[in-house]
Write a protein that binds this ligand. Sequence first.
Ligand SMILES: Cc1cc2nc3c(=O)[nH]c(=O)nc-3n(C[C@H](O)[C@H](O)[C@H](O)COP(=O)(O)O)c2cc1C
Length: 389
Amino acid sequence: MVRQRSNRGRREKTLGVYPSRLVFRILSYYSGCRWATPGELMVTMVGEWIYRLIYRGALESLPEARAVAMGQALFKRLPIEYLPFFRLSDPRLVTPLGGVALPNPLILSSMYYDPAILRNAMAAGFGAVTTKSITANPRPGHPEPNLVRVSTAAGRGFVNCNGFKNPGLAAYRELLKTVPHRVPLIVAVAGESIPEYCQLVAELSRFGDLVECNISSPNTRLVYELSSKPSEVRQLFKELSQVTLKPLIVKLSPDFAEANYSALIPAALDAGVAIINWGNTRRVTEPRLSQRAGGLSGPELFPDTLAQVKKLRGLFGSNIEIIATGGVDHPDKALALLRAGAAAVSYFTGFITRGPFLARRILDRLCQELDRTGSRDLSGLRDSSNVVG
Ligand SMILES: Cc1cc2nc3c(=O)[nH]c(=O)nc-3n(C[C@H](O)[C@H](O)[C@H](O)COP(=O)(O)O)c2cc1C
């Protein structure tokens, strides 16, 4: 737990007095972390610098599969729960999502199933953490290479054809018992038929605070094709809403924008599913991957994510709660999505390319904006011209 906002006035007063604090003020102004204490700011900046050194100097020079294994091994051994500067607690950041109170609007997007990684991610500043999409049977994932780095005009990203590598329903049910709920846990599932989705939600939802149904991964044919079968999706939502009392999230594909607007979101709303995660990776051809195609993630997705959030808010007003996913790797991008009407912002690639300090940096930026606008909560940052209903 880090200091509360009420200390700010005292801190600002002190800042005016000592010349040494002037250096801090200048540093904080340029780093965008104006509201961190000098100690927190120094640690965050040095931490980011060390991460960049490790990521660009070592991990990026390794083949992707080895870099992933090494990065995950390192991350789960970091004593993050004992390092308070990763977190920022401020009541103005509390975010209601499906009736669940997230301590802030940042969500780690679906990718990890290892409980030790999820536990550390919960201590790394996120307001909620999502599990990997779990399938009915264990899956080894697609053969390697199933992840490659890409350098786009917008910055560093990935293309993956992971293929839902996960231990499967029965084994994961046991593992989930060991995952703490320091912040809300979103249990994610992906099925290959309606009964499979229903079985997964029925058996796993009691371990999560919310449940996310992935109907959008581009790397598993039966999942990806669902978006072009609106009557099947309508039936799916109807049956899913009967098997759990937990708030359901539907994770949509940016590749099916028109179907999302005209059929899938209306079907979700009719079934009482009002949390829309837009979205998953975008399918692209990638000859370096074993499947010759995969899902693009990272900053190249951001302009479309922002445009779609604005459109969603304009079309569906306050009938839906939007989780904006795709390309967030900077505090200003998270802020732009919240302004456009997202209830929460989720990311994965930025967690890797920018490191575990990104969440704290975003939270500092949000508090800075709340102070600047005098808002009592995040809804005060929303651009009202964009909201109907
Ligand atoms: C290696 C890898 C594995 C992923 N696995 C899943 C998954 O199991 N389920 C899912 O819904 N999304 C999965 N995603 C997609 C991310 O959760 C996220 O939606 C996507 O990467 C876009 O966000 P980003 O640009 O912040 O990474 C995966 C992404 C990557 C790169």
